[in-house]
Structures are given as structure tokens and as C-alpha cells.
Design a protein around this ligand. Structure first.
Ligand code: UN1
Length: 502
């Protein structure tokens, strides 16, 4: 399946983005997919100017009408789901099933946003003064900058775009330099939806910026014209970006590293646990921010469970390969750098006394320029320092625990706070876990990854505190205004009973 075929299936031409400054490779075999032109300071400025102008028109379009554009966009995504899914697979290496899942996640958020477009509502609050009404209004915010990562090269943008657009904002997207082609395709499909929508007020409300390296990101982050930056990536990136946005009193939505754990209690139903851990730990080749990275198993079932897990991993090893092949469950890592970091982490774990199964490079002969690995199981007696770092690769640290309080304490004893799960058939254990897990996501009897769009997605501590996608996450894309109106005929009373008459 070549890029050319996929683009022709999508009826998309990327010639207008071609150039010499950014070469894109497929992680499947390292082959060159395209050469693109990067934005420079001038083109960047022009795009931000256009975005600010687009916002001024778009904010005046009634929200349900804005929803109509997202409905059309969702329809276009539905029509193009197979080809877009393939493009995700070709450019970021996740298996085709997950490529399709990514596009479905975009469709789902569109549906959510269409409904939201008729529900964006504020409060009416009681005023302490007679003949006054007090309300909260939610108003469009401005230009929203989206910085996304390679592992969800389209869906994370869509979470932001769909909500921002129904909220009346304009969006400027800087995709990962590793996955710009899917971004161009999504942008073009959005432009197609704008055309069908037929109203000129939607012109330029979505644009993309192609950049190689940190410069363009810096421009976005420091730009006062951008009201909100929604950034997904590493904690290292967040540490640079967050303070800069705060310094200009901009708004930020940070979705950073995770170090997600599963607790397997003695009462757990093992038929449920094993497939959930497998999908969580080796799915997307361990490259989700929600990937399961740690498992705590009750000491009484530890040895037995570990051998079952090892057995399941050995079966997975036969399913590593080309992510377009329907039999494959584990595709490649994104690049050599990612492979090197994985090997380094395994080296450190070994020094800390771990017993390691897997983790080696495979299919080296067939794919000289691509990095396929056996997912690694790392058996440890307790949580060593290396376990507290997020390595964006399929490494699962497996550790025993004595009692639930200790397990939850170990689970929380990492800098990150995105996702967590417990497997139990004991109601008390489940409720105690939900109460004390310090993560943004706390699941019972399902794994750490694969959240639906309906809930707010995000995490605490070094994960950055942002919430996006469902629930009331839309509020960050709007500004809140309190408005008190007096409708009496005599001079109005002052709040707090202050008398001010002469
Ligand atoms: C990410 O890995 O950046 O919950 C997002 C999940 C997906 C989103 C992951 N719905 O795994």
C-alpha cells in the first residue's frame, strides 16, 4: 500500500506542501514518503494573521450552525475512514485496526461536538439585589494553537478542533514533524467540509503549520495572538512550553507523560486481566501516553500470574511485523532514537537487578531501516528509579505487593498521573482504589489505555493537569463572563448593602 494509492483513494494532492526542508519516512520500512516545505517566520505570521481574522467572523456564526460544519466534517471522515486509517498506519506505524480506531475517535468527537453546539450553556445565578438577574455567559476565546505528537497524529487534533470550532474559535495546528502527511490530509478533508458548508465565514478557521524542530513551536508558544495552546507530548516539552505560556498569561492545556499502572488483586478474574494488560502494554508498540507501563500483582498470585503473562508475551512475539498485515499485533517503533532509548532503559533495569524477557530488535534483515522489537517484560522485586521514568516503548515492569494500600502507594509514587486500573471482583477494593488513585483516569476491570471520547481525558502532576475531549472540557476553549442586569425603574441597590447617596 503506497502513499500514492492512499492519497488517490482520498482524492488528495499534497503537491502544494512539497519542498526540500522536511523528509518524512515510514517507520514500517524506513522508506521516504515525501519531502515537504517548512513554514518560516513570514509564512507563520501570515497564517496567524489569517487565523485571527477568521476568528472575528466565525465567532458571530450561531453555535448550532458551527455544529453543522462539524457534522459535515464527521461525514467526510466516515466516508474516508479506511484510507485515512491506512495513512495513519503508514506514517506512524500503529497497526491498521488502531489506525481505524484513531479515525473513529475523530468521528466520535465530531458527533459529541455537534450535540454540544446546541448545549453550550451558562448558569443563571440568584442576585442578592431586587430586580437583578445574574448570568454566566460562555463566549468564543480566540485563536487556539494545537501541538500534537506522532502517536496520535490525527485524533488529538480532532479532539481540539471539533470542540474549538463549535465554541467559535479558529485553530492553528502544528503536527509532529514525524507525521505531517496525515495532518495535511486531515486539513484538506476539513477544507472539503468547509466547501460543502458553503458559508464564507468558515474560511481559514483551520490551518496547519509545518515545522521541523522547535522553532515554529517556540513562535506559537510565545505568540500573544494565540489565546490557548493545547500541547501533547513529553513532560520535557511541557516543562519548556508551560512556563512560557504562563509568562504571557496565555492559557494552556497540557497533555504530557504518563506512567500508567495496573493493580491485580487476589480476587481478580484472570480471564479479564490478561487480554487487558496485553492491549495496554504492547498495543501501539507501547507508544500511547496511556500505555500500561507497570503492573503490581498480589504476592500470593505473583509467580503464577507472571508465568501466564510470560506465556502470553511469547505468543505475541509471533505477531510482530508490518502493521498493515491483519495478523500483526505489534508494529514498529517510530524510529531509531526510540529504539535506543528503550535499550538504555532496559540496561538500567538490568543493573537494578531486574529479570528481563524480550526487548530485542527483530526482523532486522527484512527491515534494515525500521525498528521492530519484542515487547519487554521486566520482573522486579520493587519499584526502582528507572520505573519512575516514562520510556515510550513496550516495556512492562512487573512487581509484587502485599496489601492494597501498599499497591496504591507504589502506583502513586511516580511523577506522572495519567491513567490507572485495578482488576478486582471486590467492590470495596474497587472503591478504595478510585478514592486514592491520584490519576486523571482510574479504571476498574479494564486497562489503562483506550479511553472513550465522552469522558474528560488528561492527568495530574507531571502529566500537566489538562483535560480534553468529553465532559465539560469544552470550557477551556471559551471565556467565561459574569453579567448582572438590572431591570428596575428606581436607582439600583449596590451589592453588599453599601449606601452611596447624597
Ligand atoms: C495519547 O496516547 O496521546 O485513551 C492519547 C487512549 C486514547 C488516547 C491516547 N483514546 O489510549
Amino acid at each position: 500500500m503506497s502513499l500514492k494509492n492512499i492519497l488517490s483513494e482520498l482524492e488528495i494532492n499534497i503537491k502544494d506542501y512539497e519542498g526540500k526542508s522536511l523528509t518524512v519516512h515510514s517507520p514500517i520500512n524506513g522508506e521516504k514518503l515525501a519531502s515537504l516545505a517548512c513554514d518560516n517566520k513570514n509564512s507563520y505570521n501570515l497564517k496567524i494573521k489569517k487565523s485571527a481574522e477568521a476568528f472575528k467572523k466565525w465567532r458571530d456564526v450561531p453555535a448550532p450552525k458551527r455544529g453543522e460544519l462539524i457534522r459535515i466534517f464527521g461525514d467526510e471522515l466516515r466516508k474516508n475512514k479506511p484510507a485515512l486509517g491506512k495513512l495513519v498506519t503508514l506514517e506512524c506505524g500503529k497497526i491498521y485496526q488502531e489506525g481505524l480506531g484513531e479515525i473513529q475517535e475523530m468521528i466520535d468527537i465530531c458527533d459529541f461536538a455537534v450535540g454540544l453546539s446546541r448545549q453550550i450553556g451558562g448558569l443563571t445565578l440568584p442576585s442578592e439585589r431586587p430586580n437583578h438577574t445574574m448570568q454566566e455567559n460562555w463566549l468564543p476565546l480566540g485563536v487556539v494553537g494545537v501541538i500534537s505528537a506522532f502517536n496520535f497524529p490525527a485524533a488529538v487534533w480532532a479532539w481540539n478542533l471539533a470542540l474549538a470550532v463549535v465554541c467559535g474559535d479558529s485553530v492553528i495546528w502544528k503536527p509532529s514533524e514525524k507525521t505531517p502527511i496525515i495532518a495535511i490530509a486531515c486539513q484538506k478533508i476539513f477544507e472539503r467540509a468547509v466547501k460543502i458548508f458553503g458559508d464564507n465565514s468558515a474560511k481559514d478557521i483551520s490551518q496547519i503549520i509545518i515545522g521541523n524542530g522547535a522553532e515554529i513551536g517556540e513562535l506559537l508558544v510565545n505568540d500573544n495572538r494565540i489565546a490557548l495552546i493545547s500541547a501533547t507530548g513529553s513532560t520535557r516539552m511541557g516543562r519548556i512550553v508551560g512556563p512560557k505560556i504562563a509568562d504571557r498569561f496565555g492559557r494552556s492545556l497540557l497533555e504530557l507523560g504518563g506512567n500508567n499502572a495496573v493493580i491485580v488483586t487476589q480476587s481478580a478474574d484472570l480471564n479479564i486481566v490478561l487480554p487487558s494488560i496485553l492491549f495496554g502494554a504492547v498495543g501501539t508498540a507501547g507508544q500511547r501516553c496511556t500505555t500500561t507501563r507497570r503492573v503490581f500483582i498480589h504476592e500470593k498470585i505473583y509467580n503464577d500470574f507472571y508465568s501466564k503473562l510470560k506465556n502470553a508475551y511469547s505468543k505475541i512475539n509471533g505477531k510482530i511485523g508490518n502493521p498493515l498485515d491483519p495478523k500483526t499485533l505489534v508494529g514498529p517503533l517510530i524510529d531509531k532514537n526510540s529504539f535506543d532509548i528503550m535499550q538504555k532503559s532496559l540496561g538500567i533495569a538490568k543493573k537494578a537487578g531486574a529479570e528481563i524477557t524480550g526487548g530485542k530488535r527483530v526482523l532486522e534483515k527484512e527491515y534494515k531501516n525500521a525498528y521492530y522489537v519484542e515487547p519487554a517484560l521486566v520482573k522486579l522485586k520493587k519499584q526502582a528509579d528507572i520505573v519512575k521514568h516514562e520510556t515510550f516503548a513496550p516495556i512492562l515492569y512487573v512487581m509484587p505487593y502485599k496489601n492494597l494500600a501498599e499497591a496504591i502507594e507504589m502506583q502513586n509514587d511516580v511523577p506522572q498521573g495519567l491513567s490507572s486500573s485495578i482488576f478486582t471482583t471486590d467492590l470495596r477494593e474497587a472503591e478504595i482504589f478510585k478514592k486514592y488513585s491520584d490519576c486523571g483516569i482510574a479504571n476498574v476491570n479494564i486497562g489503562t489505555s483506550g479511553a472513550e471520547i465522552g469522558g474528560a481525558f488528561g492527568g495530574e502532576k507531571e502529566t500537566g493537569g489538562g483535560r480534553e475531549s468529553g465532559s465539560d472540557s469544552w470550557k477551556i476553549y471559551m471565556r467565561r463572563q459574569t453579567s448582572t442586569t438590572y431591570y428596575g425603574a428606581t436607582p439600583p441597590a449596590l451589592a453588599q448593602g453599601i449606601k452611596f447617596t447624597n
